[in-house]
Design a protein around this ligand. Structure first.
Ligand SMILES: Nc1ncnc2c1ncn2[C@@H]1O[C@H](COP(=O)(O)OP(=O)(O)OP(=O)(O)O)[C@@H](O)[C@H]1O
Ligand SMILES: [Mg+2]
Length: 373
């Protein structure tokens, strides 16, 4: 077993080009000599269509160093769930075998199993990079939120001690996802206002979970048509100007790098077409990027006159709805409907929140000593 693989996760709104760009990134990395597995956690598997070769449940070779597979979460349910079920039965003797089996239909089980399978492939090798086509954003967020949520349930229900195996397992998954040296997300979008709005919400939701987004990819820009003539050229110029306006607005409001890909006249299918797309996407850059550069810790504290300032690093709070509730030693932060409980640093536990503002660095909370006023 070698070094664990880097995980590159691709997500975005439906139809924006996630599968295509994940496949193109995999193909480019393989040409660069990395041993790459491109895998799909999207139940609507379409990697085979994009590579133009059949793709199944076990990794199959697409090209030199390039392999592809699907994660069939339902098919995994029986295998991987068996050990968890054994543990549940030991922890909760009242649970019958049938009850334990029924737990596999709990919401989130498929996501947990899919993630388990991806983490296993990343850990066991022989891959240097595992590129994951995560499917549409809503599913991805469910997938990526799950380890944290399960950990929360286990500790709140005081089950962590009884379900030590499960608790360890979800703890490890969570550690993998929030480690910027091992995992990053690439968000694919098209230059349209509705898509950009969803992209902003996804950015905030991922940041809230402490998951690193390393870049955005704007796909399907129409050609600039600068020297072209005629009504079609006029249409293209207007469309392009509109797309540029949407992208520059997004670009101006954040620090993430944004890569661009034009809308090709033909569908990029098969390795040669995907490599041409990857050339446009990455140019001379290393597609593995400079991971870590954009990672900021979710929470940072500094002392200010008479109290403390806690910064919760969220790329988008402007225009988002943010809700804050203090529950004992935790803060429940809800951004656009996505909620996360954040344990307060010990230092701040006896202090009260006196002010909250949203700014460029995220959400800034001011704490002052409790009971003073
Ligand atoms: N830059 C591009 N130029 C031309 N066609 C493209 C480009 N990017 C993607 N496509 C095409 O657009 C369609 C959708 O792309 P793709 O399947 O990669 O999107 P997706 O985000 O994975 O969709 P889904 O949400 O359904 O999984 C495909 O037919 C693909 O070939
Ligand atoms: Mg897809």
């Amino acid at each position: 077993m070698g070094r664990p693989a880097r995980l590159l996760l691709f997500t975005g709104k439906g139809g924006v080009g996630k599968t295509t760009l994940a496949a193109a990134t995999g193909a480019r990395l393989a040409v660069g000599g990395h041993k790459v597995l491109v895998t799909s956690a999207d139940p609507a598997h379409s990697l085979g269509d994009v590579f133009g070769v059949p793709v199944g449940d076990e990794p199959s070779e697409v090209d030199t160093c390039l392999y592809a597979t699907h994660v069939d979460a339902r098919g995994l349910a029986d295998r991987s769930w068996r050990s968890i079920r054994r543990e549940l039965r030991a922890a909760l003797p009242a649970l019958s075998d049938v009850d334990a089996a029924e737990l596999t239909v709990l919401p989130g089980v498929d996501e947990l199993l899919a993630l388990t399978e991806i983490a296993r492939r990343a850990a066991e090798g022989p891959w240097e990079v595992v590129v994951v086509d995560c499917g549409p954003t809503a599913e991805t967020l469910r997938l990526l939120a799950l380890p944290e949520a399960v950990r929360g349930y286990l500790s709140r229900l005081s089950l962590g001690r009884h379900l030590a195996g499960l608790a360890n397992h979800v703890g490890e998954l969570r550690d993998l996802l929030v480690d910027p040296a091992r995992t990053s997300v690439r968000l694919v979008l098209t230059p349209e206002r509705i898509v950009v709005a969803e992209t902003r919400r996804t950015l905030a939701a991922l940041a809230l979970r402490g998951i690193q987004i390393d870049s955005l990819i704007a796909n399907r820009l129409v050609p600039p048509a600068r020297r072209w003539h005629g009504p079609a050229a006029g249409w293209l110029r207007v469309r392009r100007a509109e797309q540029e306006a949407v992208l520059s607005e997004l670009d101006a409001s954040m620090t993430l790098p944004m890569r661009r890909v034009e809308h090709r006249a033909t569908e990029p299918v098969g390795v040669p077409a995907l490599l041409a797309l990857a050339e446009e996407l990455y140019g001379g850059d290393d597609p593995l990027g400079s991971s870590g550069r954009y990672a900021t810790p979710l929470l940072s504290v500094r002392s200010v006159d008479g109290g403390y300032e806690l910064t919760v690093a969220l790329p988008f709070t402007e225009g988002s709805t943010v809700d804050l509730v203090r529950i004992g030693d935790e803060l429940a932060i809800t951004v656009d409907g996505v909620r996360r409980l954040v344990a307060l640093p010990v230092l701040l536990r006896r202090h009260e929140v006196t002010d909250a503002v949203t700014g460029e660095s995220g959400l800034v909370l001011r704490f002052e000593a409790g009971g003073a006023g």
